[in-house]
Design a binder for this molecule. Sequence first.
Ligand SMILES: CSC[C@H]1O[C@@H](n2cnc3c(O)ncnc32)[C@H](O)[C@@H]1O
Ligand SMILES: [Zn+2]
Length: 440
Amino acid sequence: MDNGNVTPCDLLIVRGEVLTLDADDRRIRDGAVAVSDGLVLDVGPARELSARYRPERVLDAGGSVVLPGLVNAHTHAAMTLFRGLADDLPLMDWLHNHIFPAEEKLTEDWVYWGTLLACAEMILSGTTCFCDMYLFEHKVAQAADEAGMRALVGEVLYDFPSPHYGPLENGLRFTEDLIAEWKDNPLVRIAVEPHAPYTCSPELIRTCFEIAQRHDVPMVIHLSENEAEVAEVVRRYGKRPVAHLADLGVLNDRVIADHCVALDENDMDLLARHGVHVVHNPESNLKLTSGIAPVPALLERGVNVALGTDGCASNNNLDLFAEMDVCAKIHKAAASDPTVLDARTVLSMATVRGARALGFGDVLGRIEKGAAADLIVVDFRKPHLTPAYDPVSHLVYAAKGSDVRHSVIAGRVVMEDRELLTLDVEKICAEVRAIARKVR
Ligand SMILES: CSC[C@H]1O[C@@H](n2cnc3c(O)ncnc32)[C@H](O)[C@@H]1O
Ligand SMILES: [Zn+2]
């Protein structure tokens, strides 16, 4: 407190309707959030906080809703480069005959520009934190850091030589070097990321898990994405993919399993028993006709299910608002039950559950004193958001990414009135267009 009982702060977001999404789940009309040193200092009625704090900067949120930033818990950011390159194909055809050949040309420069483009698209649509798996991940880490985004990133590891690091031993060494290099970064963290049980030997998956345990970092893996994967893993190992990993001893609460579409009852029990986090990617699963993940059954068992877009080549965007809408609706249709996956549950998948999966659960996903100041402001002064009885309903069923007005990550304003403050979007688009000419 200074002399006049007024406390200085870095930022005050005022006049918005604040959804705290914390244990109290408060909805503060004409609310405010005070931010200092990257953290939420206070949240409450705007009149009280305006009297209590002297901010260096004010963000107006009039007519808007303030909520925790969205978490894209599974993507391949640089695949923005391949958006629309190969559509309307099943997973294995898409991957082996179109995406893998295009990726043979990948360079670190391409990954850098493709990831910057993804960061621009994510910030513009309300995502403040993402989990990435791809190649040349040092450039993904660099791009996320430059964009001012929070991220968990990791180099993809598989049995065959990679277009980035060549033989696998180099990839394992590269991952450990990345972990050391980014250890003290406040925004970017590193994970160990074996691609999938059908591209990684049991020895490789065990080695990845051992590295993740030793460095106390997450392990990310594609798991049971479709029935073809299950059949292949059963053919090779005599077990379904989840049971295969359980028998390898590599399932626990540091594991983030992407997709988990083709699951039986035993698979779901195993995921729940071992505390594995599941990331659901409904749009990608629909587009590649992988199927519909049994999300309601996983949630019933207490599994933490987060939401992701997957890469842009199988979605084809990074807009989590669109993903929430599809997520809420497909499960109602699949269950013939409109009460399944209500809007609040789906919003939690895109916020606090995503944060928990990525290991940021202690600081992200809610607006309360001491939480990280990762916040978005969504403009409700739009015809398609009028009237607004319930903001959570609109966020899931009516809002679009383009309704996001401001974005703050770790207390830094990265977008104000839809202007990106950390990225030169014209230059990024020009660079990506030039790369696309070579992809073709
Ligand atoms: C993800 S980096 C490694 C490798 O995986 C490919 N990939 C992209 N999307 C998927 C998916 O949905 N399932 C499996 N593999 C995928 C990507 O193109 C990279 O080559
Ligand atoms: Zn994926």
